[in-house]
Design a protein around this ligand. Structure first.
Ligand SMILES: [Zn+2]
Length: 65
């Protein structure tokens, strides 16, 4: 699931337990180990891009490569 944090940035949360901790190497939840669906990831990426456009500079862009 995706929700928006108080700062207005999109946050990806686990569909199973609702936590926001993900192992980005494996695209799985840290808490319950549920895999993150490709649909959720692409939705999140799109939300991030929307958020980036609404910001006037690139410094707020997360660098989690
Ligand atoms: Zn979880």
């Amino acid at each position: 699931m995706i929700f928006t944090n108080p700062a207005g940035a999109p946050e990806l949360a686990c569909d199973e337990c609702g936590c926001r901790w993900f192992d980005r190497l494996h695209d799985a939840c840290y808490e319950c180990g549920a895999p993150v669906s490709a649909a959720a990831l692409s939705e999140y990426q799109r939300a991030l891009e929307e958020f980036g456009k609404s910001c006037s500079n690139d410094r707020s862009r997360p660098s989690t490569e």
